[in-house]
Design a protein. Structure first.
Length: 105
């Protein structure tokens, strides 16, 4: 069985209207939206996400924004794979995310 992956178009469709003006940094909103897709099962565990460049282009964002969102998800345990490696969905091993929603580092 081959590993699962999701295309940038499909992930964009799943995200829907993820961005709310005035609701904080785009990277935090994107990370929160992807986190929700993982938690509610719309993005199965071990699914390979599109690369940062592909996702940035699909969403009309800078690569820096997508990279920061993926980084946040890695830090919180919702993605595995280092920067430059395939990002795969996962669940944190600990009691919960290290970042409170809406709180900057």
């Amino acid at each position: 069985m081959s590993p699962r992956s999701i295309s940038p178009v499909s992930l964009t469709r799943h995200l829907g209207s993820w961005r709310t003006p005035g609701a904080g940094a785009a990277y935090r909103q994107l990370a929160g939206a992807v986190r929700l897709l993982i938690l509610d099962g719309r993005l199965p565990l071990a699914t390979r996400l599109p690369g940062e460049r592909e996702m940035a282009q699909a969403l009309g964002l800078s690569r820096t924004t997508v990279s920061a969102a993926y980084g946040r998800l890695r830090d919180d345990g919702f993605l595995t794979g280092g920067q430059g490696a395939a990002a795969r969905t996962s669940l944190p091993a600990g009691p919960g995310p290290r970042h409170a929603p809406g709180v900057d580092e």
